[in-house]
Design a protein around this ligand. Structure first.
Ligand code: CTP
Length: 402
């Protein structure tokens, strides 16, 4: 099996003697199905040649911000942003003390660093140093800094070093780098390649230009679900009713809407191309029968507003769904299990999350939530926890079942 089948890998090589192992790493990545592009720092050129790497990777190798590509000797600018956005992940191996320190402090004086700083994908870093240099507090601090940026450090191995000394500092062997990456990708990005749609927040249904019917939903649950899905590797579209929240993961495509009708229209644009739809929006069930185009004045002594049922977005989607895995939410004050199960069946869902609203536990606008994840075959209870943690637990179930 090609365990990196279709993955695009940007390999950055910096100037360490361990660079002699980089051609082997390229071969192993390609053997596992990856497409590889290589960037060399200027000092890496002392240890390994672009010709070797471009032959093995079957791709041009980049070494500087500009390159001569035509016969007139005109330099052409290499787009480092394009290179890093192309990659599904980046590996920096070997990573020298100098390169690690530049990465930690956002220095940008070569193409490898510029690509690293513009990357949005997971970055694996394989340090390569002599033992005392590796132990130096400055280097340990820089490696911790990279970890805090979310980079994955491929720990140096212990053994013979180029200096003749023995100890910890040598670059992880290429076989181990590849198997570490495969393990990491499998575990941490289980939603890679999936398209996920999440709805969140309330909907506002206008009575007149200044008044509306709405509800207390803050959108926090839906935003947490979207964030978790994106962190698990999914391409996420989040359609939210009025909410003051912002997404913290900038890969999420956030679409703001106001009414249920707008929400439905936006959802329909994405629904047929997604794998999973999570309907966490608290859609207003009732809508004024008529919209007053001018503000209703106090003097008009309004004593009733005629309402009609609003569109049931989820019910409609359940009827027209093809392969989408649909998860609904049920907000109940009483007979929770029975009502949630009925909604699961009525709306043709794959799963439903039951939220219990009680005087003791208000989940509206709270950072915490609890409830039950119910499918046709099982019901799993989750204790009160943060909405982010609960979202992780919900996606654990969705990944198992979908
Ligand atoms: N939902 C929807 N459109 C509506 C009402 C609800 O898409 N007009 C979705 C919600 O996003 C949620 C699920 O349906 O995922 C259940 O919502 P809930 O408010 O608990 O139930 P309702 O179907 O509105 O029924 P009731 O209010 O009578 O309990």
């Amino acid at each position: 099996m090609l365990r990196l089948g279709g993955k695009k890998v940007l390999l950055g090589i910096s100037g360490s003697i361990a660079a002699y192992k980089s051609p082997l790493l390229v071969r192993l990545l390609i053997k596992n199905g990856a497409e590889v592009r290589v960037i060399l720092t200027p000092s890496a050129l002392d240890f390994v040649t672009p010709t070797t790497l471009s032959t093995l990777s079957n791709n041009p190798v980049n070494t500087s911000f500009t390159e001569i590509k035509d016969k007139q000797d005109n330099p052409e600018w290499i787009n480092h942003v394009e290179l890093s956005l192309w990659a599904d992940f980046m590996i920096i191996a070997p990573a020298t003390s100098n390169t690690i320190s530049s990465m930690a402090s956002a220095r940008c004086d070569n193409l490898l660093l510029a690509s690293y700083l513009s990357s949005k994908c997971p970055v694996f870093v394989a340090p390569s140093m002599d033992l005392d240099m590796y132990k130096h507090p400055g280097n340990q601090e820089n490696l911790s800094k990279l970890k805090s940026f979310g980079n994955i450090i491929l720990e140096s191995e212990t053994g013979d070093l180029a200096s003749g000394l023995k100890g910890k500092g040598r670059m992880m062997e290429p076989e181990n780098i590849v198997s570490n990456i495969i393990r990491n990708i499998k575990n941490e990005y289980p939603l890679k390649g999936k398209n996920i749609l999440v709805s969140a927040g309330p909907t506002y249904e206008k009575i007149d230009p200044v008044r509306f019917i709405g509800n207390f939903s803050s959108g926090k649950m839906g935003f947490s679900l979207a964030e978790v899905a994106a962190n698990l590797g999914a391409k996420v579209t989040l359609i939210s009713g009025p909410s003051s929240l912002k997404t913290s993961n900038n890969t999420i495509n956030l679409i703001n809407v106001v009414s249920a009708e707008e929400m439905y229209n936006e959802i329909l644009k994405y629904f047929f191309s997604v794998d999973i739809f999570v309907s966490a929006a608290a859609v207003a069930d009732f809508i004024p029968k008529e919209f007053h185009h001018l503000k209703i004045k106090k003097s008009q002594r309004l004593n009733k507003i005629s309402l009609k049922n609003n569109i049931d977005i989820l019910h409609n989607l359940g009827k027209i769904k093809t392969n989408q895995y649909i998860v609904g939410f049920a907000l109940e004050t009483n007979d929770g299990d029975k009502n949630a199960y009925n909604k699961l069946i009525d709306k043709n869902l794959d799963a439903i999350f039951l939220n219990i609203l009680s005087d003791k536990q208000n989940v509206f606008n709270s950072d915490y939530n609890f409830g039950k994840y119910i499918t046709r075959k099982k019901s799993i209870s989750f204790k009160l926890t943060t909405k982010l943690d609960l979202s992780n637990k919900i996606f654990e179930q969705i990944i198992k079942d979908s």
